[in-house]
Design a binder for this molecule. Structure first.
Ligand code: GRF
Length: 189
């Protein structure tokens, strides 16, 4: 399955997918100076740079991103630390074929960039990771896969973040395999 990956940050999930041999045919970023974009350049992955300042609206940016992914014949879009919501021209073009990885057990701690910190501060016993289908509603599309991560009594933000990321490196590939089976053999009727 041909993946188009959207990144804005560290890009460690992008790296994980690449190292596991997934077919990454396009990487798109709104932050050309982020580490994820640097990783794409260093590894010869086709990179589309879509800084918002180059476009007059969010929709115009997303039309350009959509056209780039279509040109690369992307089957599945993976938001791996992408920090913007996609607008209608993009979501409609890839309806049901965009997934996002979020560092909590949604619907808990949804809609937040600091979901791991929030879980730690809330004093709950576990958090986790979720891969879900992206709709135009933030962190609210159908869930594809989840994995719980226990919060230990003396956990620090650093230690918990590390364990959440390790869960992400398992769950995101597993969710892609699951969707690949679903897309390859669509339900009849
Ligand atoms: C991950 O924690 C993911 O759940 C969230 O953004 C982070 C991206 O990390 N959406 P990286 O850029 O893949 O290292």
């Amino acid at each position: 399955m041909r993946l188009g990956v959207c990144v804005s940050g560290q890009g460690t999930n992008l790296r994980n997918l690449f190292e596991r041999g997934f077919e990454i045919v396009a990487v798109a970023t709104n932050k050309p100076s982020c580490s994820g974009a640097a990783f794409a350049r260093e590894n010869g992955l086709p990179l589309g740079e879509f800084s918002q300042k180059r476009f007059e609206s969010r929709e115009a940016r997303d039309v350009a991103m959509r056209d780039f992914f279509n040109m690369q014949r992307v089957d599945l879009v993976v938001d791996a630390g992408y920090d913007r919501m996609h607008t209608a021209p993009f979501v409609d073009a890839f309806a049901g074929r965009i997934i996002n990885i979020h560092p909590s057990l949604l619907p808990e701690f949804g809609g937040a960039m600091d979901a791991i910190e929030q879980a730690l501060r809330a004093g709950v016993e576990r958090t986790g990771v979720t891969v879900h289908i992206v709709t135009d509603d933030l962190d609210a599309g159908p869930i594809v896969m989840q994995e719980a991560v226990p919060i230990l009594p003396d956990d620090t933000l650093e230690a918990l973040t590390q364990r959440v990321h390790e869960a992400e490196y398992r769950v995101l590939p597993a969710a892609i395999f699951k969707l690949e089976r679903r897309i390859a053999r669509p339900a009849v009727g």
